[in-house]
Design a protein around this ligand. Structure first.
Ligand SMILES: [Zn+2]
Length: 565
């Protein structure tokens, strides 16, 4: 071991030796200063906000889709994030129901449906007695812009604020949110983005509403004028790779069909429909249209090119359209992943040219997963089942009449989310209470449907629903909008009477496990199997940006992935 400078100076036998050692000390101090300066700059740079934050959500993309054939992704698509970003490999949804509107509202606000109030894509409105779409704005002054349809959409039903709103407060950010679906653009964009745009499939045009603006910006009109959706009509969808390169079989049990087709195997064709260009959207071409539109937004709004930190929210919807008929083990879903990867590559290349990848943060996740098709699951020996919720409710009504006499016991006879709304007028007439009737309904459900438990409104409001499943239902239950009873299905049980295709919504892994990826100088690249929930995204991103998280956020930042913690 080399003796210390102090010892060597003390032992210096000549003035030359002394001067030489002093010189070494100066040099080493200079090197130390340089190193410190370097790290100082690195820390300062990490604290500097990026020019642009890009959030990407892929509708219905399960975690395992990124792990199945990673070698088939390009270097600059998904692998830019999985290999050069922080990959949360054990990220989960922590509430019921795992569907699109709540998924978008939760990842962007850090709050569950109990707080943000988006309890489904649609729900039964107790005040009006009618179903309400998550994006419907009851303010009659809100009108559609850029379409002849009369939709009046806005984030009106969403309680709180999103990351986009927090960025506007902290940085005066310009926020643009785009998707094929209205809910995919509206929820992440927050309360007052510069613009939120989605596709009117019938017209094949991107639209918005007067909640956001009075006229479409010229870059949106110019994009619409190119008639890109129209150019996909009649187009063939073939596999990107040879058939042998795909896992599983193309003609698996339970696969449905695309519009106008007679079988469920490749190649597919985008057939014409009476609904304009709706048939293009649930195919990989829907993502191609959106990627081009996102690129037009970057250029048209000069995102990340001003003095402030901007935000672009992109929600790709095509996977959901492909996954519902074909299921997670189909060739179609695999091919959709490979093709989406190429669209991400285009988007990232454009961002690199315009803003520089070193100046952006990217967060990518999904709004929910999906169950295997019932028939495919059954062919694998799993206890999968379709059951008819409407028929169940009719039988339940008869059962209650036998026990408590004639009367209409329910406000509606459909239960898409297992949500039962009791008719309180009937209960009052008969001097019954929800507490009296609930055990009767629960026992009937346990013996007559693939139901594993039933939670009551009181249980959920008072936090008395047990276990992980109970916690998910508590997180998903909104006091103002929630039902009287929630039926909890068994794994692999799905509502509906069809004979093909699949769905999502449950608290089981196939619906809740999604990938979460963070990319940018604030994040340490690597694979992290830490416990991580969808509501942790907002807290983690806001910690990386050194800004306050949205008001309803219940999440925690994952400190292990942050470069400056
Ligand atoms: Zn879906």
């Amino acid at each position: 071991m080399r003796p210390s400078f102090v010892k060597r100076l003390a032992c210096a036998v000549s003035i030359q030796d002394y001067l030489r050692i002093r010189c070494e000390i100066m040099r080493s101090r200079f090197v130390f200063l340089l190193v410190a300066l370097f790290f100082g700059i690195v820390v300062a740079r990490a604290a500097e906000p990026p020019k642009l934050v890009v959030t990407i959500i892929v509708d219905q993309m399960r975690y395992d889709y990124l792990e199945r054939s990673p070698e088939k992704f390009t270097n600059e698509g998904f692998r830019l994030l999985t290999e050069r970003g922080a990959f949360m490999t054990f990220a989960r949804y922590n509430y019921f129901p795992t569907v699109t509107a709540p998924g978008h509202a939760s990842y962007s606000s850090g709050s569950p449906p109990s707080v943000h109030g988006i309890i489904g894509n649609d729900w039964f409105d107790k005040k009006t007695g009618k179903d309400l779409n998550a994006c419907t704005d009851s303010n009659t002054n809100v009108v559609a812009i850029g379409t002849t349809n009369k939709s009046s959409a806005s984030p009106h039903n969403f309680n709180g604020a999103t990351i986009a709103d927090q960025m506007r407060l902290a940085f005066n950010s310009k926020v643009i949110s785009v998707s094929i679906k209205d809910r995919g653009a509206i929820m992440p964009g927050g309360k007052k983005p510069k613009g939120a745009f989605w596709m009117d499939g019938k017209m094949g045009r991107f639209i918005t509403t007067s909640y956001y603006m009075t006229n479409l910006p010229s870059w949106v009109s110019e994009f619409n004028d190119k008639q890109i959706p129209q150019s996909y009509m009649g187009k063939k969808w073939e596999r990107l790779f040879d058939e042998k390169e795909y896992l599983f079989t193309d003609a698996a049990k339970g696969e449905g069909k695309m519009h106008g087709e007679t079988n469920s195997v490749f190649p597919h064709t985008i057939n014409t429909s009476t609904n304009g260009f709706e048939t293009v959207l649930p195919s990989p071409f829907g993502d191609e249209i959106l990627a081009q539109f996102a690129i037009a937004a970057i250029d048209g709004e000069e995102l990340g090119q001003g003095p402030q930190t901007d935000m672009l929210c992109v929600s790709f919807s095509a996977m959901d359209g492909v996954g519902h008929p074909f299921g997670p083990y189909s060739h179609e879903v695999q091919d959709e992943m490979f093709r989406l990867d190429r669209q991400l590559e285009k988007l990232f290349q454009h961002l690199d040219e315009k803003v520089g990848l070193g100046n952006i943060f990217v967060v990518l996740t999904a709004d929910h997963g999906v169950m295997p098709t019932v028939e495919f699951a059954q062919s694998m020996g799993l206890d999968a089942k379709r059951w008819d919720g409407g028929k169940f409710m009719t039988n339940l009504q008869t059962h209650l009449e036998k026990q408590f006499g004639a009367g209409s016991y329910f406000r509606k006879m459909t239960i898409p989310l297992g949500d039962i709304f009791l008719n309180h007028d009937t209960l009052r007439e008969k001097q019954l209470t929800p507490a009296l009737i609930a055990p009767v309904i629960r026992e009937f459900a346990l013996t007559n449907a693939p139901i594993q438990t039933v939670f009551t409104r009181d249980q959920l409001l008072e936090g008395r629903a047990p276990g992980w499943i109970g916690q998910c239902y508590i997180n998903g239950y909104n006091a103002e909008r929630g039902a009287d009873l929630m039926l909890v299905g068994k794994p692999f049980a799905i509502g509906g009477t069809g004979s093909s295709g699949t769905g999502h919504g449950s608290v089981f892994a196939y619906d809740t496990r999604v990938p979460v990826l963070f990319f940018g100088k604030a994040f340490k690249p690597g694979r992290y199997s830490d416990e991580f929930y969808i509501t942790d995204i907002a807290a983690t991103l806001c910690a990386a940006l050194h800004i306050e998280e949205p008001p309803g956020s219940i999440g925690k930042p994952c400190l292990r992935i942050l470069a400056d913690q």
